[in-house]
Design a protein around this ligand. Sequence first.
Ligand code: C2E
Ligand code: CA
Ligand code: CA
Length: 588
Amino acid sequence: MTDSFDNLKAANEALKTEVSKRISDLEHTQSIARISEDSPNPVLRVSAGGEVLYANKSSGALLSYWKIEVGGRLPPEWCDVVDEAMAGKTLEDRELSSLDRRFSLTIQPIVDAGYVNIFGRDITKRKKAEEIIVNFDELTGLPNRALFEDRLHQVLGHARRSGKLAAVHLINLDHFKEVNETMGREAGDVLLRAISERFLDCVRNSDTVARLGGDEFGVIQVEPANSDGVAVLAQKLLKSLEDPFEIDGRKVYSGASVGITVFPDDAGNPEDVLRNADLALSNGKGDDRGSFRFYVAQMNEDIQRRRSIEDDMRESLVNGDFVLHYQPKLNIATNRITGMEALVRWNHPEKGFMSPAEFIPVAERSKLIIPLGEWVLREACTFNKALTDAGLGPIKVAVNLSAEQFRAEGLVQMVKSVLKETGLDAKQLELEITETLAMHNADVSIDLCGALEDHGISLSIDDFGTGYSSLSYLKSFPVQRIKIDKSFVDDINDAENSGVIARAVTTLGHSFGMEITAEGVETGEQLSFLRALDCDEIQGYFFSRPLPGDALEEFLRNFGDTWAITLDQERRNGSIDRRQLEKMRSSC
Ligand code: C2E
Ligand code: CA
Ligand code: CA
């Protein structure tokens, strides 16, 4: 009895232990299960067929995105994902945006049990941070180009549906590079931020101001009433830059050019809107800074014409369709030819001879002027060397340098190697740069001219008088010659205006040890005035037009006789008013 009681007690104890162990196991299992239940991240179990067997509390956003509940089936594309996982494919984590949240989902197949576990991670915050980096300009906090284009798509879509207008203003700051160069990048950054704020003050909340790149901004104007409303905003944007900016205790001035397209008048899709605004901007940029320009269809034709000239020019450079003409220059004190200017001509395969005034600007814009300019230099030096070798001369050849060439790296080296290659003495070469080019960024120009001078190459300032530069500034330039622009020679007998300027330039140039050449001399009368002004050299149709190489050679050979006749002409034609000449002499 006692035995069986003891046995029963022991069995009971064992049972109690077993039960309490089971309870503890169960509690343990339940508490483990709660881990997934309480997880702040979604946890799901999905059968091989795509049925949701289990979903924790945090899966609510996912289930509502899939529009299902526990027991329901995943959408077909997700059933495919489950299939792939069960088939043993290694799957990358999937990203999914539900409502305003983003999840990354890891899929873990449990093949023998016939289901997959899906573990989600909420990556909303990380994605937002990434989006800010991807869509906003770090410096100004404005939308960047990607977001600008995105908004443009939306705005144009809306405008199309509502039949309203939209406009894009592309804004390019003038001379921003100079602020960066002279005051440092940090000052440039401060300026960009201040400009952004001023632009923001000009627009309505529904408009977008974006920074599209270095010194380029874009504004999307939503629903302007008409093109006047667009012009008003463009004016406002430009006006906002008029007051100086205070940077590092200094007053800094900024300006801009604006190119505008109006949708749907000028373009029917975002790409064309941007392209046309850009065309309008670059069309206005050159000479018309500080202004705004609407796109006009003509610009498209212009650009196409320019492109076709560019293409032809490339071909002609290879095919040798360019030639040089040379215009001789006469020293009027000695009556000797002292030099000639090389002027490029394009013998276009279909259009015949084209004027440099037409193709040089295109060559500059496309940078084709760099290889073309080098060809001109090489050709001119070769020709002058051949003349010298033939006993004609020695004279100087003047070659025009364009702005792009002047700014390009390695100019001095290129000139040096052309001289070496052609064997021409550096003293027989002169490079012409325009006054505007020389004075723009004058310090750099002075250094560059100095470097060329160090190699024995002389420089002249072309088109002098057209660039509003200060005469006293000239002193700093290591140049040997000033060329008085044709416009002053044209009416040189006007003692009050051009005559006085020509005289002042001559006197001042001489006082700096420079020689003076008058361009575009067409009459004996002009020549007589120039003689009276003590000008050194003339160039112009009166003496000779630009000539092809062989004709120039001929001209040099016969020069003595030819000039005797023209001197005679000067006397006969030069019906110069002596009193006026005296007046001019005494007034200077
Ligand atoms: P520029 O350097 O001022 O050249 C003088 C221009 O005046 C030449 O025009 C010449 O033919 C013209 N000219 C000379 N004397 C007279 C005259 O008495 N009356 C009139 N009405 N015109 C005269 P062109 O050859 O048509 O050249 C025009 C411009 O094209 C040049 O002006 C120069 O800026 C540029 N250019 C010409 N060749 C080159 C070149 O090889 N390289 C570069 N970068 N520019 C060049
Ligand atoms: Ca010239
Ligand atoms: Ca000139």
